[in-house]
Design a protein around this ligand. Structure first.
Ligand code: KIV
Length: 275
């Protein structure tokens, strides 16, 4: 096991992808089935995102998601991996709402419990307010790698809505400053969600850490997608994340055909005779 850990990629090594110009792919997973699918698909990183609260658990926002739920889902994702440890994707787990906003000690305990009890090797948290920056610095000092998240930050839905962010000069200046602050606080990468292409491009050019976009144009160092959105399974598809297949319709049609076939076979006289 120790030998395998010696060979496993560290979160901080994602910076080499950026230096080499190799695009980083991040897909979300929420259980062993989706974990095995995204691993087999070859994603570099698997994010157990708190979007699972909306996409999988049916909540209207990500706010109700608990730390226990994130742990439960991350453990399931890890059980879905089939490759040897050294070939498995890096797993990042979202710190849910109120697990890091109430002080550094609570944040270290929350993030630590995810790394201690699941396959997560890093955590992601939203925003760059002074309190959040202090939490990130403390987590990084404690050996817990952190991915930042700016732009549309769903845990602040009651402040920001689900709208595109950084549209005016003032908020663009703010996001550039915050990107730099997150890098200085020790984040190994940064997600930027639903911001103008130019804003994401500027951050990508200015920061040393990889910038991962969603609804942020094509010029980032990598892209992250909610797998259920990409597969057309989500009931509320965000406008900036288009599906690549109509998964919901395909599944419904396949299952409808199966249900109809059972009814048909149940009614067939040959079946009755053989019973
Ligand atoms: O929770 C999530 O899935 C996310 C991605 C949208 C980046 O944070």
């Amino acid at each position: 096991m120790l030998r395998e850990y010696l060979k496993k990629m560290l979160p901080s090594e994602l910076i080499r992808y950026k230096q080499r110009g190799k695009s980083i792919t991040i897909l979300t997973a929420w259980d062993s089935l989706s974990g095995s699918i995204v691993e087999e698909a070859g994603a570099d990183v698997v994010l157990v995102g708190d979007s699972l609260g909306m996409v999988i658990l049916g909540h209207a926002t990500t706010l109700p998601v608990t730390l226990d739920q994130m742990l439960h889902h991350t453990q399931a994702v890890g059980r879905g991996f089939k490759k040897p440890l050294t070939k498995q994707p890096l797993v990042v787990c979202d710190l849910p709402f109120l697990s890091y906003q109430c002080g550094e000690d609570k944040a270290v305990a929350a993030a630590g419990s995810l790394l201690k009890n699941s396959c997560a090797a890093a955590v992601k948290l939203e925003g760059a307010e002074p309190e959040v920056l202090s939490v990130i610095e403390r987590l990084v000092r404690m050996g817990i790698p952190v991915m930042g998240h700016l732009g549309l930050t769903p845990q602040s839905v009651h402040k920001l809505g689900y709208r595109r962010q950084a549209e005016d000069k003032v908020s663009q200046e703010k996001i550039f400053t915050q990107g730099l602050q997150l890098q200085n606080a020790g984040c190994f990468s940064l997600v930027v969600e639903h911001v103008p292409t130019g804003v994401a491009s500027y951050l990508t050019k200015e920061l040393e850490i990889p910038v991962i976009g969603i609804g942020a144009g094509k010029n980032c160092d990598g892209q992250v997608r909610v797998t259920a959105d990409l597969l057309g399974l989500s009931s509320k598809q965000p406008p900036f994340s288009q599906p690549i297949i109509e998964g919901h319709n395909l599944f419904v049609k396949a299952l409808q055909e199966w249900v109809e076939q059972q009814h048909f076979e149940g009614e067939s006289p040959t079946n009755e005779a053989s019973e």
